[in-house]
Structure formats: structure tokens, C-alpha cells
Design a protein around this ligand. Structure first.
Ligand code: ATP
Length: 213
């Protein structure tokens, strides 16, 4: 059975979430208070409604609360964002994801205990900065405030050296979790493994130390 997603608020973020989910084959119910926004998405998604999502009755009637996951993407009007989240909680939506536009907004949403709070602008800015700091940056999965898993090309300085020689854990507070070599993945490589120029390293570490590699 198709997963059903609700998207509330069709600004740039919500619009692209709804569009991409629909393109990926999911069933999407989208809504916005602005008629123009609803018109723009209506041909791309399963159902689209013009409604004020802070209005409990309208929200209920739209059926959006029956979705498996609802994404609340109302930014500027923080009060509306919080009211909508509370209504969705009342309607027992299984998974609620909401966009926060500033730290306080994020904190309030976290306190409500929803499944996930996202900070797209902040996170994209951090990701961009990290990609500029880490040479050969490919991908980043943030783990904690100061730690991420990075997928990166090894800087030349590491080429043809073994992990033991490099002693990355002690010198750079980083652990090589895996080495991707062509089609092959070497998980938990031993200290005798040599890093080759075309390898992709999967490392767990701290951005400050990794940027000094
Ligand atoms: P983005 O950066 O993604 O473009 P934003 O963070 O600036 O968006 P807003 O413009 O505040 O966010 O809101 C996103 C959308 O939510 C807008 O299209 C707006 O019309 C819609 N919206 C705001 N309040 C409500 C509401 N009460 N019910 C439904 N939609 C709403």
C-alpha cells in the first residue's frame, strides 16, 4: 500500500517536499491558506486543499490527519505552526514533522514531543560550511553537535599510508568506519589497510579536526 503524506504550508520548502514525495510515487495531500499555492501544486499531488490549518474543523474535514506522516511547513507565522502541530497531535497523527525557523521555535516544537523537528536553513548552512572546510567532501550525516559521519575523498597526504601509520584516531579524533574501493566496501578496516588515491573514506569525527587533515 502507498504511504500517504500530508503537507501543510506550501512555501518553497513545503512545495518541494510535496512535489518530490509525489514524484517518488507517494500519495500526497497538500494544503495552504493561499489559493495560488494550492493551484500550483494541485496537478502534482493526489489532493490539494485551500484551508486555514489552524481551523480544527477544516483540518479534520480535509482528511489530512489520516495521513501516515504530516509535514508542517509553516515558517513565518510561528503561532500558526504551533497551533497546527497541536491540532494534529489532538487528531492523533502517527508521525508529525515540523519545520522550525529559529531556535526558540525549534525548542517549542521539540517540547511538544513530535517525531522530528527540522531546521532546513540552519542545517544547509552548516552543511555548506562543512563541505567547504573538508577537502573532498561528499556526504555528511550529523550524529551529535560536534560529530558527524563524513564520506570524503582522502587528501593526498593520506595516500599509500596504512591506517596504523596515520594514527587518525589519536591525532585527529577520527575513526575510519569503512573504505569504499570501487564496488567493494571494506567495513571496519584493519590498521594494515592502505589508503589508495581513488578510495572513498567513511569516517566518524569532529569537523574541526577533520578540516585540519
Ligand atoms: P519557505 O521559506 O519555505 O518559502 P516560509 O518559511 O517563509 O516558507 P511561510 O511563508 O510562513 O514559510 O509559510 C509557508 C506557507 O504556509 C505559505 O505558503 C503560507 O501561505 C502557508 N500558511 C501560513 N499559515 C497557514 C495556515 N494557517 N494554514 C495553511 N497554510 C498556511
Amino acid at each position: 500500500m502507498k504511504r500517504v503524506f500530508g503537507v501543510i504550508g506550501l512555501g518553497r520548502f513545503g512545495f518541494n517536499v510535496a512535489k518530490t514525495l509525489a514524484e517518488g510515487g507517494a500519495e500526497v495531500i497538500a494544503c495552504d491558506i493561499d489559493e495560488e499555492k494550492v493551484k500550483q501544486i494541485s496537478e502534482l499531488v493526489h489532493q490539494a486543499f485551500i484551508l486555514d490549518a489552524t481551523d480544527e474543523r477544516a483540518l479534520k474535514e480535509s482528511g489530512i490527519a489520516n495521513a501516515d506522516t504530516v509535514i508542517v511547513s509553516i515558517g513565518e507565522n510561528i503561532e500558526a505552526s504551533i497551533l497546527v502541530v497541536v491540532q494534529l497531535m489532538e487528531l492523533k497523527v502517527k508521525e508529525i514533522i515540523a519545520k522550525a525557523v529559529n531556535p526558540l521555535h525549534g525548542k517549542v516544537l521539540e517540547r511538544l514531543g513530535i517525531s522530528r523537528v527540522i531546521h532546513p536553513e540552519r542545517d544547509m548552512a552548516i552543511r555548506l560550511a562543512h563541505s567547504l572546510l573538508v577537502g573532498g567532501f561528499i556526504e555528511e550525516i550529523p550524529i551529535a553537535e560536534n560529530y558527524s559521519i563524513f564520506e570524503m575523498l582522502p587528501p593526498e597526504r593520506l595516500h599509500h599510508k596504512t591506517l596504523k601509520e596515520l594514527d587518525l584516531r589519536r591525532r585527529h579524533d577520527m575513526t575510519v568506519l569503512a573504505i569504499k574501493r570501487g564496488e567493494k566496501l571494506m567495513a571496519n578496516p584493519s590498521g594494515d589497510e592502505k589508503i589508495l588515491p581513488n578510495d572513498i573514506l567513511v569516517v566518524l569525527g569532529n569537523i574541526e579536526k577533520i578540516s585540519l587533515l
